[in-house]
Structure formats: C-alpha cells, structure tokens
Design a protein around this ligand. Structure first.
Ligand code: HQG
Length: 189
C-alpha cells in the first residue's frame, strides 16, 4: 500500500463531513444543489491538511465508493449522497429492482421492526443493491443484520426511489411491512 493512502483517507473523511454534514467547519456554504466552490474547499481544508487541486482530484478519482462529483466545468464539487444538510442533489426518481437490501446492527432490529427504517440524521434511508454491500454497511454499526426490502411492492404502492450517482438507492422511509430480516442471509466470514 502506498504511504500516502492513510492521509488521503483522512482528508476524504473530512471532505465527507464538510460536503454532507457540516460545511460550517471550514466556514463555507453549500448551494441548494449541494455544490461547494472547489477553491473555497481547498482553502478551508488546507488549514488542517496539506491539499491542492491535484490531491483533491486524486481523492475523487480513487474513492472506492465514488462519493464525490465535480461539476462539468470543474469549479464545484459535491457529495453524491449521504447528506444530513437539506440539499437537493437532483437525484433521479428511478424504478427500483424488486429487491434491495439494508444492512444495520442487531441492536437496532427491534426498533426497525416496529417503526420501519427511518432516515435518522440523513435525508434518506440508504439501501444497497446486494447483500454483500449491505453487510459492509451493517458492519459499520456493530454485529450486522440484513433486511430484504420489498422495493418492487413499495414502488407499486407509490413510494419513490432515487438512485444516486454512485449507485446507492435512497427512499424516504421503509415501513416495517416491506422488510424481512435475513437471519441466515449473512455470508460466512
Ligand atoms: C438505523 C455509508 C433504529 C439504520 C454507507 C442505520 C451507506 C434505525 C442507522 C451510508 C431505524 C443510521 C448510510 C429505526 C434506521 N430504529 N435504528 N427505526 N431506522 N435505523 O450511517 O444506512 O461510507 O445514517 O439501520 O455505505 O448505515 O459514509 O445510515 O444503521 O451508504 O459513504 O440507523 O453511509 O456510506 O446510520 O449508512 P447511517 P446507513 P459512507
């Protein structure tokens, strides 16, 4: 692994904080579509981490989840999804596949099974296209459990789904009736 990798990861996490949750930590604002001015972002980050346009481009290009996008003219940057701040990143309403997945921690299961999936601090509930991705998401929170989401039935019942530029499925809420816990669905480690 290259020596620079940990630093880029740390900077990427800081960018994620700024572009999804707290642009005020570097004193910038996002516009209504979630865009930040690239020069303002670089100036703000450089007070904490060494960064320049090339490093930022490297972070955006190499991000394993493709979290960020530049505007066409390259002057602006935004997170593709995951926001808690109220922005409209112009996600296209998209017909979902019949089945999507949500990975979470076992300690949330009782609450999820009574209330359904809620977006909590984010704007949307995040759903994964496959079990493997859902398991990775669930592992971030503790012992993972995976829910199968009856997305096709939700769609036919009038719920809207959005597909982010980096392949994450988003919807406002998932009522418990569309969820099935996959007790034996976890892959062997
Ligand atoms: C849970 C990562 C109790 C929900 C990932 C989740 C994703 C409930 C947690 C993206 C609940 C919120 C988002 C209820 C939902 N009762 N708990 N009724 N409804 N929850 O981090 O989906 O690496 O906001 O199950 O890959 O885990 O950051 O959402 O466990 O795409 O780019 O509340 O973040 O991407 O946690 O993850 P989060 P998430 P990045």
């Amino acid at each position: 692994m290259r020596e620079t990798t940990p630093d880029l990861t740390r900077i990427s996490k800081y960018i994620s904080l700024i572009l999804r949750h707290k642009p005020e930590v570097i004193g910038i604002q996002l516009d209504t579509h979630g865009w930040a001015d690239v020069n303002a972002l670089l100036a703000g980050i450089s007070r904490k981490y060494p960064i320049n346009r090339d490093i930022l481009e490297e972070i955006v290009r190499s991000d394993e989840k493709q979290r960020y996008s530049f505007s066409e003219d390259g002057t602006k940057i935004r997170a593709n999804q995951g926001h808690s701040v109220q922005v409209d990143v112009e996600l296209p309403v998209t017909e979902p596949p019949e089945t999507l997945y949500h990975g979470t921690a076992r300690r949330f299961a009782a609450s999820i099974e009574s209330q359904g999936l809620l977006p909590q601090s984010r704007l949307y509930v995040h759903l994964s296209p496959d079990q493997e991705t859902a398991e990775k998401v669930g592992c971030r929170h503790g012992e993972p459990v995976i829910y199968r989401v009856d997305a096709g039935r939700m769609h036919r019942d009038g719920y809207l789904f959005y597909l982010s530029a980096n392949g994450v499925w988003l919807t406002k809420v998932v009522p418990a009736t569309y969820l099935k816990r996959l007790e034996d669905g976890l892959k062997q480690h």
